[in-house]
Write a new protein. Structure first.
Length: 276
C-alpha cells in the first residue's frame, strides 16, 4: 500500500514554520477568515474529553495574544466547515468571544482522520483509550498495516500493536483505563482477563488503582495455570444450581466454593434445592 508522504511530516507539512504562518496571516495568502458560526466539530474526532480548566487558560491566552495558529478545516456544505485540527482552539475562541477564526483548508488528497489523530498525538492530548480507538478506526477505514500506520503517525510499530491489544480488554478493565485509574502497563497485564479471574481483595486493588503492574503480573502468573479449568467449573456449577459461583483453592488443594444470592427468597430456594 502506498502511503501519503505528506502525512509522515506531521502538521508542519500543512502549516509550515511559525514565521511563514505569521507572514501568511498578514497578507492572507492561503488563509481563510471564517465566521465562528460556520465552523462545526467533527463527531468522529479521536479526542472525546476536554479539560475545562485548560480550555479556560487557552481562552485567556487567546484574549491576550489572539489566535496565532489557525484551525485546519474541511468544506462541509455551502459555506460551512468541519474542524480537522484545532477543536481546543475553537472551544477556547468561543469563551474568548472571537467572531472570526483564521483557518486553513485541508488539501483534498489528505485524510482528515489521519491529520486529526496526528495533531492530537503531537500535542499529547489523547488518552490511551482514545488513541487506541483512533488507530483501529484508521486501520478499518484504510486497510493499513501496523507498519503503515507507524510511519504515518510517527510512532513505533510496537507502540501501535500494544495499544491495539488493549481494545481486547474486558469492558470493566477498559473503563478503568478510560478513567485513567489504571495505566497502560496494567492494561497489558489484564488483556485476556475478566474480573472473575481475581479474588475480591485483588480486584478491589485494581479498581482503585492501588496495585503495581509488577504485583498484577505476579498475580497473573500465579493463577494462570489453574484459572481456565476454574472458569469452566464455575460456569458448569452455576448452570446446574442457577446461581453465580466462585471457586478458589491454594497450592495444597484446600479451598472453598461461594454461591451468591441477592435476597431471602433466593436464599430459601437455594437451601431447599441443596437439601433435595
Amino acid at each position: 500500500m502506498v502511503t501519503n508522504k505528506k502525512l509522515g511530516k506531521g502538521l508542519s507539512s500543512l502549516l509550515g514554520k511559525k514565521e511563514d504562518l505569521m507572514k501568511n496571516k498578514k497578507d492572507n495568502s492561503g488563509l481563510l477568515l471564517v465566521p465562528l458560526e460556520k465552523i462545526f466539530r467533527d463527531q468522529g474526532q479521536p479526542r472525546r474529553e476536554f479539560d475545562p480548566e485548560k480550555i479556560k487558560e487557552l481562552a485567556q491566552s487567546i484574549k491576550k495574544n489572539g489566535l496565532i495558529q489557525p484551525l485546519i478545516l474541511r468544506k462541509r456544505d455551502n459555506d460551512n466547515f468541519t474542524i480537522v485540527a484545532g477543536e481546543r482552539r475553537w472551544r477556547a475562541a468561543q469563551i474568548a468571544d472571537l467572531k472570526i477564526l483564521p483557518s486553513l483548508l485541508l488539501p483534498e488528497d489528505l485524510d482528515k482522520d489521519e491529520i486529526s489523530l496526528i495533531e492530537n498525538i503531537q500535542r499529547e492530548d489523547l488518552k490511551i483509550s482514545e488513541e487506541a480507538h483512533a488507530y483501529q478506526r484508521l486501520i478499518d477505514k484504510n486497510d493499513y498495516t501496523h507498519e503503515n500506520l507507524s510511519k504515518i503517525v510517527g510512532k513505533s510499530r510496537s507502540h501501535i500493536t500494544n495499544l491495539l491489544r488493549i481494545l481486547n480488554l474486558d469492558a470493566f478493565f477498559f473503563s478503568l483505563l478510560d478513567k485513567e485509574i489504571i495505566s497502560m502497563g496494567h492494561a497489558r497485564a489484564l488483556v485476556g482477563k475478566t474480573p472473575v479471574n481475581f479474588d475480591e481483595k485483588t480486584l478491589a486493588l485494581i479498581s482503585s488503582g492501588k496495585i503495581s503492574v509488577r504485583d498484577l503480573e505476579k498475580n497473573k502468573r500465579k493463577t494462570s495455570s489453574h484459572e481456565p479449568n476454574l472458569i469452566q467449573e464455575e460456569k458448569n456449577l452455576s448452570d446446574i444450581i442457577g446461581f453465580k459461583t466462585k471457586i478458589t483453592y491454594n497450592k495444597k488443594g484446600k479451598g472453598n466454593i461461594k454461591i451468591f444470592y441477592e435476597n431471602l427468597e433466593q436464599y430459601n430456594f437455594l437451601i431447599n434445592k441443596l437439601k433435595n
